[in-house]
Design a binder for this molecule. Sequence first.
Ligand SMILES: CSC[C@@H](O)[C@@H](O)C(=O)COP(=O)(O)O
Ligand SMILES: [Zn+2]
Length: 207
Amino acid sequence: MPEPIPQAAIEAIVSAGRRMAERNWVPATAGNISVRLPGGRVAITRSGFHKAQLDAGAVMAVDMGGAPENPALRPSAETGLHCGAYRTFPDVGAVVHGHSIANTVLSRRAGDSIRLEGYELLKAFPGLATHEAAVEIPVLDNDQDIPRLQRAVEARWGNMAAPILPGYLIRGHGIYVWGPDMEAALARLEGLEFMLACELANLSINR
Ligand SMILES: CSC[C@@H](O)[C@@H](O)C(=O)COP(=O)(O)O
Ligand SMILES: [Zn+2]
Protein backbone atom coordinates (compact mmCIF):
# COMPACT_ATOMS: atom_id res chain seq x y z
CA MET A 1 0.00 0.00 0.00
CA PRO A 2 1.57 3.38 -0.98
CA GLU A 3 1.85 6.05 1.70
CA PRO A 4 -0.97 8.62 1.67
CA ILE A 5 -0.16 12.03 0.21
CA PRO A 6 0.52 14.48 3.06
CA GLN A 7 -2.34 16.90 3.61
CA ALA A 8 0.00 19.90 3.38
CA ALA A 9 0.99 18.91 -0.17
CA ILE A 10 -2.64 18.52 -1.21
CA GLU A 11 -3.53 21.90 0.30
CA ALA A 12 -0.59 23.60 -1.43
CA ILE A 13 -1.69 22.21 -4.81
CA VAL A 14 -5.40 23.01 -4.32
CA SER A 15 -4.75 26.59 -3.24
CA ALA A 16 -2.18 27.15 -6.02
CA GLY A 17 -4.83 26.04 -8.53
CA ARG A 18 -7.29 28.59 -7.16
CA ARG A 19 -4.69 31.35 -7.15
CA MET A 20 -3.72 30.64 -10.78
CA ALA A 21 -7.37 30.41 -11.85
CA GLU A 22 -8.19 33.78 -10.22
CA ARG A 23 -5.61 35.32 -12.54
CA ASN A 24 -6.99 33.59 -15.64
CA TRP A 25 -3.79 31.58 -16.17
CA VAL A 26 -5.46 28.15 -16.37
CA PRO A 27 -8.39 28.34 -18.83
CA ALA A 28 -10.45 25.20 -19.53
CA THR A 29 -8.45 22.36 -17.92
CA ALA A 30 -5.06 23.93 -18.72
CA GLY A 31 -2.19 23.93 -16.25
CA ASN A 32 -0.68 21.42 -13.88
CA ILE A 33 0.82 21.68 -10.40
CA SER A 34 3.10 19.48 -8.32
CA VAL A 35 4.98 19.22 -5.03
CA ARG A 36 8.01 17.08 -4.18
CA LEU A 37 7.30 14.54 -1.44
CA PRO A 38 9.83 12.67 0.69
CA GLY A 39 11.09 9.33 -0.56
CA GLY A 40 11.41 10.15 -4.27
CA ARG A 41 7.69 10.76 -4.72
CA VAL A 42 5.84 13.63 -6.40
CA ALA A 43 2.25 14.77 -5.73
CA ILE A 44 0.75 16.08 -8.97
CA THR A 45 -2.60 17.07 -10.45
CA ARG A 46 -4.49 14.38 -12.32
CA SER A 47 -5.01 14.99 -16.02
CA GLY A 48 -8.03 16.95 -17.21
CA PHE A 49 -9.19 18.59 -13.98
CA HIS A 50 -10.10 22.28 -13.79
CA LYS A 51 -7.51 23.96 -11.59
CA ALA A 52 -10.09 26.19 -9.87
CA GLN A 53 -11.94 23.12 -8.61
CA LEU A 54 -9.20 20.85 -7.31
CA ASP A 55 -9.66 18.72 -4.21
CA ALA A 56 -7.81 15.76 -2.69
CA GLY A 57 -9.29 13.47 -5.35
CA ALA A 58 -7.63 15.52 -8.11
CA VAL A 59 -4.13 14.95 -6.71
CA MET A 60 -2.14 11.70 -7.09
CA ALA A 61 1.38 10.44 -6.52
CA VAL A 62 3.99 9.43 -9.10
CA ASP A 63 7.62 8.38 -8.84
CA MET A 64 10.52 10.46 -10.17
CA GLY A 65 10.13 8.79 -13.54
CA GLY A 66 6.47 9.86 -13.68
CA ALA A 67 5.02 6.38 -13.07
CA PRO A 68 1.75 6.53 -11.09
CA GLU A 69 1.59 4.73 -7.75
CA ASN A 70 -2.01 3.88 -8.60
CA PRO A 71 -2.03 2.76 -12.24
CA ALA A 72 -5.81 3.28 -12.41
CA LEU A 73 -5.27 7.07 -12.21
CA ARG A 74 -3.91 9.22 -15.05
CA PRO A 75 -1.43 11.89 -13.97
CA SER A 76 -1.03 15.19 -15.82
CA ALA A 77 -0.06 14.67 -19.45
CA GLU A 78 2.99 16.85 -18.68
CA THR A 79 4.17 14.93 -15.63
CA GLY A 80 7.50 14.29 -17.41
CA LEU A 81 8.29 18.02 -17.37
CA HIS A 82 7.67 18.24 -13.62
CA CYS A 83 9.74 15.15 -12.87
CA GLY A 84 12.52 16.44 -15.14
CA ALA A 85 12.80 19.59 -13.01
CA TYR A 86 12.83 17.58 -9.74
CA ARG A 87 15.45 15.14 -11.06
CA THR A 88 17.72 17.91 -12.36
CA PHE A 89 17.45 20.37 -9.46
CA PRO A 90 17.47 18.66 -6.06
CA ASP A 91 16.44 21.88 -4.28
CA VAL A 92 13.19 22.22 -6.24
CA GLY A 93 10.14 21.60 -4.05
CA ALA A 94 7.25 22.73 -6.28
CA VAL A 95 6.54 23.17 -10.01
CA VAL A 96 3.67 25.15 -11.56
CA HIS A 97 2.49 25.40 -15.16
CA GLY A 98 0.00 27.88 -16.59
CA HIS A 99 -1.33 29.14 -19.92
CA SER A 100 -1.72 32.94 -19.70
CA ILE A 101 -2.57 35.22 -22.62
CA ALA A 102 0.76 37.02 -22.21
CA ASN A 103 2.94 33.90 -22.16
CA THR A 104 1.04 32.40 -25.09
CA VAL A 105 1.13 35.48 -27.33
CA LEU A 106 4.72 36.45 -26.56
CA SER A 107 6.12 32.93 -26.92
CA ARG A 108 4.52 32.68 -30.38
CA ARG A 109 6.35 35.84 -31.50
CA ALA A 110 9.68 35.04 -29.84
CA GLY A 111 12.86 33.41 -31.05
CA ASP A 112 14.52 30.98 -28.66
CA SER A 113 14.26 33.31 -25.65
CA ILE A 114 12.56 36.44 -24.30
CA ARG A 115 14.71 39.10 -22.65
CA LEU A 116 13.36 40.92 -19.61
CA GLU A 117 15.36 43.88 -18.36
CA GLY A 118 14.93 46.99 -16.27
CA TYR A 119 12.02 45.64 -14.22
CA GLU A 120 11.96 45.99 -10.42
CA LEU A 121 10.22 42.60 -10.34
CA LEU A 122 13.38 40.91 -11.61
CA LYS A 123 14.23 40.86 -7.90
CA ALA A 124 11.66 38.06 -7.51
CA PHE A 125 14.39 35.79 -8.93
CA PRO A 126 17.27 34.26 -7.03
CA GLY A 127 20.52 36.17 -7.31
CA LEU A 128 18.97 39.36 -8.74
CA ALA A 129 19.15 42.30 -6.35
CA THR A 130 18.43 45.21 -8.68
CA HIS A 131 16.32 46.27 -11.64
CA GLU A 132 19.62 46.90 -13.43
CA ALA A 133 19.68 43.29 -14.53
CA ALA A 134 18.33 41.15 -17.33
CA VAL A 135 17.16 37.59 -17.73
CA GLU A 136 16.59 35.52 -20.85
CA ILE A 137 13.60 33.20 -20.46
CA PRO A 138 14.15 30.16 -22.70
CA VAL A 139 11.42 29.51 -25.26
CA LEU A 140 11.12 25.93 -26.49
CA ASP A 141 9.03 24.72 -29.39
CA ASN A 142 5.87 22.96 -28.31
CA ASP A 143 5.81 19.18 -28.67
CA GLN A 144 3.08 16.70 -27.75
CA ASP A 145 5.84 14.12 -27.20
CA ILE A 146 6.66 15.01 -23.59
CA PRO A 147 9.79 12.82 -23.18
CA ARG A 148 11.20 14.46 -26.35
CA LEU A 149 10.24 17.93 -25.06
CA GLN A 150 11.92 17.19 -21.72
CA ARG A 151 15.10 16.15 -23.59
CA ALA A 152 15.02 19.51 -25.43
CA VAL A 153 14.58 21.32 -22.09
CA GLU A 154 17.54 19.47 -20.60
CA ALA A 155 19.67 20.24 -23.66
CA ARG A 156 18.83 23.92 -23.19
CA TRP A 157 19.73 23.81 -19.50
CA GLY A 158 23.03 22.25 -20.53
CA ASN A 159 23.79 25.32 -22.66
CA MET A 160 22.79 27.91 -20.04
CA ALA A 161 25.17 29.70 -17.70
CA ALA A 162 24.53 29.16 -13.98
CA PRO A 163 22.37 30.03 -12.19
CA ILE A 164 19.69 28.57 -14.43
CA LEU A 165 16.54 30.73 -14.48
CA PRO A 166 13.80 28.77 -12.67
CA GLY A 167 11.38 28.79 -15.58
CA TYR A 168 10.85 28.49 -19.32
CA LEU A 169 8.18 29.03 -21.94
CA ILE A 170 6.76 26.55 -24.42
CA ARG A 171 5.81 28.26 -27.67
CA GLY A 172 2.08 28.90 -28.03
CA HIS A 173 1.50 26.72 -24.99
CA GLY A 174 2.51 28.08 -21.60
CA ILE A 175 5.04 28.58 -18.85
CA TYR A 176 6.82 26.30 -16.37
CA VAL A 177 8.19 27.80 -13.14
CA TRP A 178 9.60 26.16 -10.04
CA GLY A 179 10.94 27.03 -6.61
CA PRO A 180 12.07 25.56 -3.30
CA ASP A 181 8.44 25.46 -2.16
CA MET A 182 4.99 26.36 -3.51
CA GLU A 183 5.04 29.92 -2.18
CA ALA A 184 8.33 30.61 -3.94
CA ALA A 185 7.22 28.94 -7.17
CA LEU A 186 4.02 31.03 -7.21
CA ALA A 187 5.89 34.25 -6.39
CA ARG A 188 8.24 33.59 -9.30
CA LEU A 189 5.32 32.76 -11.56
CA GLU A 190 3.56 35.99 -10.59
CA GLY A 191 6.77 37.97 -11.15
CA LEU A 192 7.32 36.50 -14.59
CA GLU A 193 3.69 36.86 -15.60
CA PHE A 194 3.68 40.48 -14.47
CA MET A 195 6.73 41.28 -16.60
CA LEU A 196 5.31 39.36 -19.58
CA ALA A 197 2.02 41.29 -19.25
CA CYS A 198 4.06 44.52 -19.29
CA GLU A 199 5.87 43.38 -22.45
CA LEU A 200 2.54 42.57 -24.07
CA ALA A 201 1.09 45.98 -23.09
CA ASN A 202 4.18 47.64 -24.56
CA LEU A 203 3.59 45.93 -27.88
CA SER A 204 0.13 47.45 -28.22
CA ILE A 205 1.34 50.93 -27.14
CA ASN A 206 4.17 50.84 -29.67
CA ARG A 207 2.11 49.54 -32.59
C1 LIG B 1 -6.85 22.23 -21.95
S1 LIG B 1 -5.60 21.69 -23.03
C2 LIG B 1 -4.11 21.82 -22.06
C3 LIG B 1 -3.35 20.54 -21.95
O1 LIG B 1 -3.09 20.03 -23.24
C4 LIG B 1 -2.05 20.73 -21.22
O2 LIG B 1 -1.21 21.62 -21.89
C5 LIG B 1 -2.24 21.18 -19.81
O3 LIG B 1 -1.69 22.16 -19.39
C6 LIG B 1 -3.11 20.39 -18.90
O4 LIG B 1 -2.95 19.02 -19.09
P1 LIG B 1 -3.22 18.00 -17.88
O5 LIG B 1 -3.05 16.65 -18.50
O6 LIG B 1 -4.62 18.27 -17.39
O7 LIG B 1 -2.21 18.34 -16.84
ZN1 LIG C 1 -0.10 22.93 -20.68
